[in-house]
Design a protein around this ligand. Structure first.
Ligand code: SF4
Length: 235
């Protein structure tokens, strides 16, 4: 009689142990302090400024965001100023960044902040997520950059870095993997230096562990990276 087959669940990828987490944080922060980009939204903890930069950076390269970020803050220096501006003028000011749903979202967040929160953004996750236009990533960015909270972020760049360093194999785009990468990001975020750590993760994904042709030969993670040596044919 043939042996009975039992379905086996795929093994969950384990989370890194405390010494591995510490090593990753130290290497990432050391790299960032030497090579991180000097960007204007890194010298502020104003929730409005952080939100504007995060919404502009969705779908748009840093170089194109820089002049518009300065122009926008000069024209609309607060949630109140943006909330009161005519909609057609807000859309025009946004030009040429594109993907024009973004200025509308930004203005709707500003109007809600003015109507319900005294022209400020709340810091707790559940309330932030209740705003139309603020998803898990933006909520994490606001909490960690504006309020210094130990909040995780996960955008395309961060997901790629964490997947390559700590997972290496499998489908990086599956729902299960995305959930795992969120947990990983939350596990790695330190108690101190949250601002720098999350900014460093983004810079590292934009400058070293880039989508095509990552810079493995100069990468400080290479020794402990599960995707090293990187195979461009792999996912
Ligand atoms: S060794 Fe290569 S694949 Fe691994 S983190 Fe560094 S750049 Fe990315």
């Amino acid at each position: 009689m043939p042996a009975k087959r039992t379905a086996t669940k795929p093994k969950a990828t384990p989370l890194p142990k405390p010494p591995d987490r510490r090593r990753f944080r130290t290497r990432l922060l050391t790299w960032y302090r030497r090579h991180g980009r000097d960007l204007p939204w890194r010298t502020t903890d104003d929730p409005y400024h952080i939100l504007v930069s995060e919404i502009m950076l969705q779908q748009t390269q840093v170089d194109r965001v820089l002049p518009k970020y300065a122009e926008w803050l000069e024209k609309y220096p607060s949630f109140g100023a943006l909330a009161a501006a005519p909609e057609h003028e807000v859309t025009r000011t946004w030009y040429p960044l594109g993907y024009n749903i973004r200025p509308k979202r930004l203005q709707s967040i500003a109007r809600e902040a003015v109507a319900h929160y005294g022209g400020e953004l709340p810091s707790d996750e559940a309330t932030l997520l209740s705003f139309k236009g603020i998803g898990a990533y933006t909520a994490g960015a606001i909490r960690s950059f504006a309020f210094g909270e130990r909040a995780a972020i996960l955008d395309t760049n961060v997901a790629r870095v964490l997947f390559r360093v700590f997972v290496g194999k499998g489908d990086p785009k599956s729902h299960a993997m995305k959930r795992h990468l969120w947990t990983l990001s939350a596990t790695l975020v330190p108690v101190r230096h949250v601002f720098d750590f999350n900014q460093a993760l983004m810079d590292f994904g934009a400058m070293i562990c880039v989508a095509r042709n990552p810079k493995c030969p100069v990468c400080p993670m290479a020794k402990n990276c599960r995707a090293f040596p990187f195979d461009p044919a792999a996912k």
